[in-house]
Design a protein around this ligand. Sequence first.
Ligand SMILES: C[S@@+](CC[C@H](N)C(=O)[O-])C[C@H]1O[C@@H](n2cnc3c(N)ncnc32)[C@H](O)[C@@H]1O
Length: 150
Amino acid sequence: MSTCPKCYRDLKDYGGYKNKMNHQGVSMTDIWTDIPPVRHSKYKGRKDANELSIKLLDRVIEMSSVKGDVIFDPFGGSGTTYIVAELKDRKWEGIELGPTDDIITRFDNLSFEKNNLQRYRDKYNSLFSSKVKVKRIQNNLWTAESVRDK
Ligand SMILES: C[S@@+](CC[C@H](N)C(=O)[O-])C[C@H]1O[C@@H](n2cnc3c(N)ncnc32)[C@H](O)[C@@H]1O
């Protein structure tokens, strides 16, 4: 859920129906604003390419396929689709016009990619991050637990 970075209050008004919300998460919207572009070189597989976030591919692949399905991305780039497909037990196929060395290097460091993906997944299925939750409790604001227990 979106909260104010300073006061930790809700940015949206749920019209008094907060207790009807799924405490495990809010519904996915058509526009995703929680996935920043990959800019930091530490996380970039290919320095000069427009690289998609593993968080984006994790979501897309999770929503549209099950284990064992084949994922096809004809614009390989730095190979994010293939990495995430591999980590999620999908088969995958791809095409890339440019050099593929960076994709191969990423596969050589799959545990690094796995850890990055896990960092995102650890934050899934909760309305607030642990930091925001603590701040909201301190500020007497509602949390999933306080609403559910009413
Ligand atoms: C935006 S990048 C893809 C990013 C990639 N999905 C990722 O997350 O890393 C687009 C890639 O498509 C490749 N490309 C463009 N036209 C292509 C074509 N006709 N066939 C294969 N690859 C192509 C480019 O070389 C570029 O690396």
